[in-house]
Design a protein around this ligand. Sequence first.
Ligand code: BG6
Length: 291
Amino acid sequence: MNKEIKVVDGENGLQFIEIDNSLAVARIALQGAHVDWWRPKSSKQDVLWLSSNARYQKGRSIRGGVPICWPWFGKHPTDGSFCVHGFARVIPWKLLESEQLKNGATKIVLKMLPTDEVIKQLTYSFELILTVVVGESLYLNLKTTNLSDSPFVISEGYHTYFYISDIEKIKITGLENSSYTDKIDNFNRGIEEEPIIFKNEFDRVYTNTSNDCYIEDEIFNRVITVKKSNSNSTVVWTPWQKKALAMGDMGGKDEWRRMVCLETANLLENSVVIYPKLSHSIATEYSVQEY
Ligand code: BG6
C-alpha cells in the first residue's frame, strides 16, 4: 500500500482508511464506504461537517461527511421496515485498490460486501463500486452493475453534509428555475425561482436538473462547488432546531446551524433503470474557492 494510506482500527470494531497526501487529508469508514473527513491542505476550514456526537457503531450511519444512499433514497418504495436511504451506508465494504496519482491525489476503490440480510431485500444481483479521489477536490464515483438477467430500478444519492458558517447566512445557487418536491409541505411541487436561503426546516428534492451547485458563504469567504455527473436530482436538507434536537446525534444545541446537506442524487422520476450486464455511474466532485 502507498505510504499516503493507512488502514486503522477505530471505535466499536469499525475500520477506517486514513489518507494524508501533499494535497489533502481524509478518512473513510469501511462501513458504508463513508468519507467522514476531507480537508484540502490549502483550505482554512473543514469542508465537510461531522457531528461531534456522530455514532460510530456497527449497522448505524455516521451523522456527517458523505453517507451513500443506495439502492433507494428515503423510504423504501414498498416496505417501510427496510432502512431509510438504503443499506449501502451501514454495511461493510472492502478496499480493492489504491493508487497515488501523478498530481498528488490518492485514488481508492471500494467494493460493497452485501450481507445475507440485505440480499434478502432484493430481487436482483449487482456489484457496487465506489471510487474516491482525495486531493485538492474530493471526487466520488458510484458504479452499479446489473449482474441479473432482468432490469432493475434504483434511486441513489450522496447525502453530503457541508460545513458552513451559519445556515441563516449562506445561500445555495444553481437550482434557480428548477422544479422541486417539498417534503415539508406534503410533497407539493413548485419552482425554485431564486437562490436558496434558509429561515426554517428545509427538505426539497429538485428533479430534472443536472446543474452544478454552489454554497456561497460570505462569512467563511468561500464558495463550495458541487459538480455532478449522471445526476438529474439534487436534494437540499437542513433540519432546524426542533428536528435536530430530536435526532439525538446532531451534536450540541446549535451545531446543526453549521451544516447543510446538498446532495447529488437520482430519485423520484429520475430513478435509474439498469439493464442486464450494464452499469450506471453517478459522480460528484467537491472543491472550495476561498477569497
Ligand atoms: C433527508 C430526509 O433526506 O435525510 C429527512 O428527507 C431525514 O427526512 C434526513 O431526516 C436524514 O436522514 P437520516 O436517515 O440520515 O437520519
